[in-house]
Structure formats: C-alpha cells, structure tokens
Design a protein around this ligand. Structure first.
Ligand SMILES: Nc1ncnc2c1ncn2[C@@H]1O[C@H](COP(=O)(O)OP(=O)(O)OP(=O)(O)O)[C@@H](O)[C@H]1O
Ligand SMILES: [Mg+2]
Length: 259
C-alpha cells in the first residue's frame, strides 16, 4: 500500500480536486484506491454524494475507537463510489472537535497510520485529503504517508501560504525524526495571465526541482465534474486538466519507484 497525502495550509488551492482526480485515474487503471477525507467540511465526501451527517460511521469513529481498532472496524467505516475499485473513508463535522477532545493524548498523531496499517492488504493506494489548517488531522495525515503532494495556486498570495506549509513540514520532520518527501504542484495555471506566469517562475526559483515541471491548467471541467459527483477522468476523460493530472500521476509513480 502506498499512501500519499495532499496538503497545504492555504485554502482553495486544489487539494480536494487533486485527491479526486488522481484517485479516479488510479482506479481506472485498475488499482484498488482509498480516499481519506480528513476535512471536517467534508468536501471530498460530498463530492461522491456521501452525506456525512447521515453516516453511521466515518473517519471520526476511527479516532474515537483508536485504542481498540481492528481491521473490520476500519473497513466498516468505508463507503463505496460509482467506481468499483474506489472507496472513501468519509469525514463528518464532528471531526472539528477532535483537537479539543483528544489533541493532547499520547500517540494521537499516529492513529491514521495505525488504521492504514491494519487495512494495508486491501488497497494499492491511499490518498489523504487534508483540511487547510494545521491540527491533529493534518498531523495524522502527514505522519501516515510516504509522500506529500502540495498543490499551490499560481498566484502571489498562495505562494505566501506555501512558506507556512514548508515550515510545518520542517517541524514535523524534526519531531518524527524522518524526512518528508514532498512535491509542489502548480495548480489553476492560466498562461494568459502574467501574474500566473510570474508566480510559476517564482516557485521554480525558490523551490527548484521540488516543484513539478508541469502545471495543472485552469479547466472548467473540474467544477462540472464535481457537480456530476464523478471523478474528472470519468466525467471528461479528454479534458486538458485530466491530461495534466495523468502526467503528474506518472511522474509521482516514477519518483516512488526511485525511492
Ligand atoms: N485546475 C482547476 N481549474 C479550475 N477550477 C479548479 C481547478 N482546481 C480546482 N478548481 C475549483 O476550485 C475550487 C477549489 O478547489 P478545491 O476544493 O479542490 O480546493 P481545496 O484546496 O481542497 O480547498 P479547501 O482548502 O477549501 O479544502 C473548486 O470549486 C474546484 O472545482
Ligand atoms: Mg478541500
């Protein structure tokens, strides 16, 4: 099982879109894929038509049952999607209370990792979508993964937000005594807009080969796909945005092979 976490403390940069699109592409390539929604806003869950407030169990229950987790308990929390090999571990609003309820307990940062270890035989890939805030949920998602994908909108303010995310990764690396392999992915790129071109160049100057050499273009098909509650690669396989994510997927897989 390979776990990638999609994270950035800046909101609205394309985290959920990246999770859904990469997950859909992997599932279409016959991989067994689990998408984990760690955002109390549950955008990823809603994307697939899962109404998180009507669920009997969700990722919240994984945290609450953390001391007595079993493989079956974790599998019970999963929901199916329209794609046979694509599953989702949904979020609920209750997740927003986790920091207050459990934030200081020992071992709290490794619960998602423990849960994924239990179901490691069931999936080829796990993609974790993070909320845009640093807290116990993001810490869990970062600790559970092999690689972090950091979507960054190609605009000046989003670059500022990226500094904060990099700082978080440094702190996590120190406290967990391990390296975090990350890849910055420029998103919502519009080559006709000078500010986007400038932001992309600034990214490359500051972060060098930690920035993917491609870009995810602005593509209205993403919004349409979310309205249809279908991964973009299924809704609109020929869309240029889907083509870009497929290139990104191949690049990340080649990085995984090297490491
Ligand atoms: N490449 C793109 N082109 C056009 N629209 C996009 C693109 N990527 C994402 N969007 C749209 O931008 C909005 C924000 O994207 P998304 O929800 O993926 O961001 P996010 O980082 O998950 O946000 P949040 O921090 O609130 O969770 C959505 O409406 C989505 O459909
Ligand atoms: Mg999101």
């Amino acid at each position: 099982m390979i776990v990638w976490t999609i994270a950035n403390q800046k909101g609205g940069v394309g985290k959920t879109t990246t999770t859904v699109t990469l997950g859909g592409l992997l599932a279409q390539k016959k991989k067994r894929v689990l998408l984990v929604d760690t955002d109390p806003h549950a955008s990823l869950s809603y994307y697939f038509g899962v109404d998180s407030e009507e669920l009997s169990s969700s990722v919240y229950d994984v945290f609450v049952a953390s001391k007595h987790l079993t493989k079956d308990r974790v599998l019970d929390c999963l929901c199916s999607t329209k794609l046979d090999s694509l599953f989702i571990l949904p979020a609920t609003m209750a997740l927003a209370t986790l920091d207050r309820r459990m934030g200081n307990q020992n071992g709290m940062g490794l619960i998602l990792k423990k849960a994924m270890d239990l179901i490691a035989d069931e999936f080829d890939y796990v993609l974790m979508d993070c909320p845009p805030v640093l807290g116990v949920l993001m810490v869990n998602a970062l600790a559970a993964c092999r690689r972090i994908i950091v979507p960054v909108q190609t605009e000046f303010l989003a670059l500022k937000g990226l500094d904060r995310m990099m700082h978080t990764l440094e702190i996590m690396a120190k406290s967990q005594q391990r390296e975090f392999d990350y890849l910055i992915v420029p998103t919502m790129y519009d080559k006709r807009v000078n500010a986007a071109v400038d932001a992309y160049q600034t990214l490359r100057e500051h972060y060098g080969d930690k920035v993917w050499s491609g870009v995810i273009p602005v593509d209205t098909r993403f919004r349409e796909a979310s309205q249809a509650q279908t991964p973009p690669s299924v809704f609109s396989p020929r869309a240029r945005g889907v083509y870009a994510y497929d290139k990104l997927l191949k690049h990340i897989q080649s990085l995984d092979k090297k490491s």
